[in-house]
Write a protein that binds this ligand. Structure first.
Ligand SMILES: [Zn+2]
Length: 305
């Protein structure tokens, strides 16, 4: 069933488990996400970035909405990193049931102002809103703690921000960064900060940049002819702990990009004469399903729907 983000995330926050919010760009990715969630009785969120909307438009949104409506588990369609009020409104008109307004590049007051505008409009239509406070990105190991603090979400500010905006859930900067390269060694994630923010607030918290970049997938990627540097993601245990502390929505994009490319590369390498798209994109869908299953188990959402 197609539901709002709040319908999925409020129970997750209360039940101390995480919900996977996976980026989609086509039918196979959408099927892998929703069908795996159904098989494991897990609530799930499917998200489209502005880039995905540019690429797939209403056609792609309709695929998600149709699969979600027919799904036997709760599914929300979410706008990832909406850059403006107009963008959020456009997504709502397209049928999204959850939107993110990312005004985190503005100063605090500007962020509040832009977020509140979106919250007022979205709530009037029964749609849930995610916003972001703090700055995600490459928090490198050589940065000293004071500097880290300048980038990471301040707990007191989070309280003010939630009060002043009415946002339904909040993306916080806790050290994770977007992409397949999250630094050398075990990427940093500030569990104490999550716990502090969660104890002062109460709404679902969101972690971006939470791909695990599984080493077996990276290895298969290389073996099938792909080139990738020192890829590293968030360790499963670190993500699991984050959900215990209040992270209810966990964004995953990179892992599915890697998994689909592994499936395609392996299919083409094993069968150079193959040109049936179903024999190329089908295996990609299978590898993505495996990665999604692993993620849902790590997050603890299996059996919650
Ligand atoms: Zn993000």
């Amino acid at each position: 069933m197609l539901v709002t983000g709040n319908d999925i995330l409020v129970p997750a926050r209360a039940g101390k488990y995480g919900v996977g919010s996976f980026n989609t760009n086509n039918m196979e990715i959408t099927q892998a996400i929703i069908h795996t969630a159904e098989r494991l009785r897990s609530p799930v969120m499917v998200q489209m970035s502005e880039g995905a909307i540019k690429y797939g438009g209403q056609d792609l949104a309709n695929i998600v909405i149709d699969l979600a409506r027919r799904a036997t588990v709760p599914v929300a369609l979410h706008l990832d990193h909406g850059s403006s009020y107009e963008s959020a409104l456009k997504a709502i008109k397209m049928g999204f049931t959850s939107v993110m307004i990312d005004a985190s590049h503005h100063d605090f007051e500007g962020n509040v102002k832009e977020t509140r505008r979106v919250v007022e409009a979205a709530h009037a239509m029964g749609i849930s809103v995610e916003s972001e406070l703090g700055r995600l990105g490459g928090i490198e190991e050589h940065i000293v703690v004071d500097e880290k603090d300048a980038f990471l979400t301040d707990p007191e500010e989070a309280v003010q921000f939630i009060e002043q905006t009415g946002t339904d859930y909040l993306a916080i900067a806790i050290g994770t960064s977007h992409g397949a390269f999250k630094g050398k060694g075990r990427p940093y994630i500030d569990h104490a900060r999550i716990e502090k923010i969660a104890s002062l607030t109460g709404i679902p918290l969101v972690a971006h940049g939470s791909s695990g970049v599984p080493q077996d997938i990276v290895e298969r990627f290389r073996k099938a002819g792909g080139e990738i540097g020192d890829a590293a993601g968030i360790a499963d245990e670190d993500l699991q702990r984050a959900t215990q502390f209040g992270i209810a929505k966990v964004n995953v994009d990179t892992d599915l990009r890697l998994a689909s490319t592994v499936g395609i590369r392996e299919a083409l390498t094993a069968n150079p004469k193959e040109f049936d798209p179903r024999k190329i994109f089908g295996p990609a869908r299978d590898v993505m399903s495996q990665v999604i299953e692993h993620k849902l188990r790590v997050l603890g959402s299996v059996g919650k729907a």
